[in-house]
Design a protein around this ligand. Structure first.
Ligand SMILES: C[S@@+](CC[C@H](N)C(=O)[O-])C[C@H]1O[C@@H](n2cnc3c(N)ncnc32)[C@H](O)[C@@H]1O
Length: 212
């Protein structure tokens, strides 16, 4: 609390603020953007899977749509290694793997209206209050999914946790998305989806469209 108060006090001092702004890199500066056309050597629609796991879905999807480019984002180093080997073995040119926290990518690094689809399947729900900081979905993430999607494009979401769906689906609508009557491709095709479908577990899925 004391640190917070100090931060507020110092930022309220116009002289201190003027000095700080001479050195502070703005969060919308180009320094923090990624450049998919440079990454793929062409300009094509970009689809991003957040928390791609072992890549069962994104590998199939990238093979199905060679005219689009795909980025699989995964936080865990161990899982990323498996993911990258599998993506590499698939031998497709339109798929890249990034080991990083997807919140950094979406909230800070992607340009406005630059993404053609997000796929977010079975994000860890972190139900305990003390783990809340690990949860992927927050109003900030929802707002940045909205900011970075092209108009008319879709964020596809699926979860096996009813309470998490009840929390994140309204959050997406509050961010400006409209529920679309579209099939959610990963809801039955990711590694986790296949396990849950085989076990007869219910899956809660929705497609959220950014209005035109
Ligand atoms: C329950 S698994 C689901 C994997 C895959 N989507 C599937 O359906 O088979 C959730 C995955 O999200 C990854 N993950 C969790 N938080 C993340 C974050 N902030 N950024 C990127 N990946 C994340 C985890 O490491 C894990 O691989």
């Amino acid at each position: 609390m004391a640190r917070l108060r100090k931060g507020t006090r110092i930022w309220g001092n116009p002289q201190a603020r003027e000095i700080a702004e001479r050195v502070l890199i703005k969060s919308d500066a180009k320094l923090f953007t990624i450049d998919p056309p440079a990454m793929f050597g062409r300009s094509a629609p970009i689809e991003i899977e957040i928390g791609a796991g072992k890549g069962e879905f994104i590998i199939e999807r990238a093979a199905e749509f060679p005219e689009r480019d795909f980025i699989a984002v995964e936080l865990s180093g161990t899982i990323t290694r498996v993911l990258a080997v599998r993506c590499g073995r698939a031998g497709i040119d339109n798929l890249r793997v990034a080991r990083m926290d997807a919140r950094t990518l979406v909230n800070l690094m992607l340009e406005e209206s630059s993404v053609s689809a997000f796929h977010i399947y079975f994000p860890d729900p972190w139900p305990k209050e003390r783990h809340v900081k690990h949860r992927l979905f927050t109003p900030t993430l929802a707002a940045n999914l909205y900011r970075t999607l092209e108009a008319g494009a879709i964020a596809y979401v699926a979860t096996d946790v009813r309470d998490y769906a009840a929390e994140i689906f309204p959050m997406m609508e509050l961010a400006g998305f409209i529920r679309a009557a579209e099939a959610v491709p990963g809801a039955v095709r990711t590694g986790f989806a296949r396990k849950y479908v085989a076990a007869g577990k219910p899956i809660f899925s929705a497609a959220f469209r950014k209005p035109l």
